[in-house]
Ligand binder design. Structure first.
Ligand SMILES: [Zn+2]
Length: 391
């Protein structure tokens, strides 16, 4: 009944306007069609050759052979088409020129993970606001940020009330607190630094992201301080104090943290954060990352290459669709700002990454210059942000 009344009303409205309704079968004109790519969208379990049609800033169809016409067409034959990549451990807010660099890697959403603390938060927020995609910031627990010499080895560098004030001023852009608990970042203050980070986010209901590895306290003491929704980054950081015991068994506290909803992130980085041997040993246990991220840019923008980081997990035996999930839908689930991202489902914002999956011999390097040679590698091959082609 309701739909019949709706139809009658619709027809009447059209008659009043004097415009005949277009027959449904007639081809629609789209703003952009990405044609013939292998669409891999783990959010809906899709891996098939499809066209992706976009109107304005939204995905409006994902189907075989969409008729068109379209104002613009991208030929994606031979390429992989995925939701825009989401990098939850980035440092793209650290320099004004970084956002334009990372989008070329297919990254349409990122989180700056603590490049700055309360002293510099306005600067990082301004860079994130100007980014082509969707960008947010984790404020560092130390007032000077990740890159300052003043670290948590001196607890006077942590200002809980001041940092809460900075979060309150940027409630829309600051989405959590970043903590580093390696020996050189926090020394014996690691657990106290974590407690103070939780104190900072408490009133706001925000997560913390903790950079683990090479720390003072054992992982078994660190994990109980993390709550549901918090993020562990550099999950495969080498000894001392990795996530497994001397026999290579994942600590029960780490397993318990995952069960209660703590997220485990890769965080490639460039300086001591992962090595192949630790990664391979942990991957063998089946303890795989929830999300894959770059942690690049604090050092050198030319080495940002999210598709390269994703490809390391192809080498490690992770199926392609799961690798893509770790850089799209899984990452989108971590922060509410990405709640409509990480998917190509109809109605979603039109953020799309194109990649090429090439076969050959490719060297993958860890943070200690150890090399593994794989047979497949993803390369960036185009990106669409909010319906507009960027590259
Ligand atoms: Zn980092």
């Amino acid at each position: 009944m309701i739909s019949r009344r709706g139809l009658a009303f619709g027809a009447g409205a059209l008659m009043v306007a004097g415009v005949p309704a277009a027959p449904r079968a007639q081809a629609q004109t789209y703003d952009l069609i990405i044609r013939g790519g292998r669409v891999i969208d783990p959010s809906v379990g899709l891996d098939a050759i499809r066209d992706v049609a976009i109107m304005g800033t939204s995905i409006v169809a994902v189907e075989p052979n969409i008729a068109g016409p379209a104002t613009e067409t991208i030929d994606a034959r031979g390429k992989i088409v995925t939701p825009g990549l989401i990098d939850i451990h980035s440092h793209a807010a650290n320099k004004p020129e970084f956002p334009a660099a990372v989008v070329r890697e297919g990254i349409t959403g990122w989180i700056d993970a603590g490049s700055v603390g309360m002293d510099d938060i306005d600067r990082a927020v301004a860079v994130a606001r100007g980014a082509p995609g969707i960008a947010r910031v984790l404020i560092h627990v130390v007032r000077g940020g990740a890159l300052s010499r003043a670290n948590a080895r001196d607890l006077n560098n942590i200002d809980v009330a001041g940092t809460q004030g900075a979060i309150a001023r940027h409630r829309d852009m600051v989405v959590g607190v970043k903590v580093q608990i390696s020996e050189n970042n926090a020394g014996g203050n690691d657990l106290e630094t974590l407690r103070r980070a939780q104190e900072m986010v408490g009133p706001f209901g925000l997560p913390i992201m903790v950079h683990i590895g090479q720390g003072h306290s054992p992982m078994r003491a660190v994990m109980p301080l993390l709550k549901r929704g918090d993020i562990v980054t550099h999950l495969y950081a080498p000894a001392p104090n990795p996530i497994y015991d001397e026999q290579g068994r994942i600590f029960p506290e780490v397993m318990a943290a995952r069960r209660r909803g703590v997220i485990f992130d890769f965080g490639n980085g460039s300086n001591g954060h992962y090595e192949w041997a630790t990664t391979e040993r942990a991957m063998k246990t089946g303890f795989w990352p929830d999300t894959i991220s770059t942690d690049f840019l604090s050092v050198n923008p030319s080495v940002v290459d999210f598709p390269n980081v994703l490809s390391k997990f192809l080498y490690l035996g992770m199926p392609l669709s799961q690798v893509i999930a770790c850089g799209t839908v899984n990452a989108a689930r971590v922060f509410p700002c990405f709640s409509d991202r990480g998917t190509l489902n109809v109605g979603a914002p039109a953020d799309v990454a194109l990649m090429e999956l090439r076969t050959g011999r490719f060297d993958f390097v860890d943070n200690f210059k150890a090399v593994r040679t794989g047979t497949q590698r993803l390369f960036p091959a185009g990106v669409v942000v909010a319906g507009k082609r960027v590259t």
